[in-house]
Design a protein around this ligand. Sequence first.
Ligand SMILES: [Zn+2]
Length: 374
Amino acid sequence: MKETLVEYFISLITIDSESKDEKAIAMKIADDLKSLGAEISFDNANEKIGSNVGNLYAYLSGDINKEPILFCTHLDTVVPGKGIKPIVKDDRIITDGTTILGADDKSGIAEVIWAVKQIKSANEKHAPIELLFTISEEIGLLGAKNIDHSKLKSKFGYALDSHEVGQLTIGAPSQNSMKFTIHGKESHAGGEPELGISAIQIAADAISKMKLGRIDDETTCNVGIIKGGTATNIIPKEVFIKAEARSHDPIKLQNTTDNIKNAFIKSVQKFKLADFRARVDSDIKLEYSSFKLDKNDKCVQLAEKASEKLGLTTNTVIGGGGSDANILNAQGLKIAIAGTGMNSVHTVNEYIKLKDLENGYLWVTEVIREYSKV
Ligand SMILES: [Zn+2]
């Protein structure tokens, strides 16, 4: 009997592929695409980030003389993603409650490969199609950050990596990640507290003065991790803090980042002993850049046409998170993020509705058809 889309999707999610362990799923996909006539290659991003396979590139030359259209998905899942036992229940596919489902992002992978498979088996004429499967997206877009751009031929396309089918994310913020280490002075808390400077107290002083959360309609920031201290009878000499700031506006991103950093600098200056000054080390890194597509961009227009054909509402939104699309857009491509039907991702309650999996595949098919119209 012929394999169905649901069976194909399940064959993908039952292959373990937590970040840095994407080799098995990459090999399966490479084989499937080879049998559809795709040219397959890998890069060596894995050597830079410690994964067991590189990013996977697949190219299907077209019968129509056009530039290729790109579909990007990611191979890895978050944890717990080992030994997934999917259950088809009523109108959806769910987990047994012990793992994630992995519809993030295997629904995208299944939908795009299924679309290519149907187009190929119906012998439909199509424009060149390029597929990119990245590694280790979930742990900081590491695969995308190490793409071999000489292998990519497309200038526009989609990252299939969001919720509702038909929804199109056309903008996303930049993000700075920040690490701070506050250095105080250790001393016995009972015997000689006068000789110590508490790094925890400095951190508390600084954080209490920061504006956190939603800064304005384009900007957010958060102190997410704080670690320090060894015992209650020791005045702590060190505290580590991790924070982030995001904004759709690069100047606001800079200002918000500076405010956090300056709060630490101001606070350490208040704490000193005769011969000792507290200090803070900071390590600030741009994780990814913002992007904003236009209603007139090809990927936005094609998406609208495809949704319309399927009777889906096109819902164009600006996102709040970072994804491979940020990295690709920063390289000059025009990549919108399209929904695949995944739901409650990164939790053991993750699920996808059968109807949405089907619609996701039909949506990709329609996008390819629309674009392939001469
Ligand atoms: Zn994802």
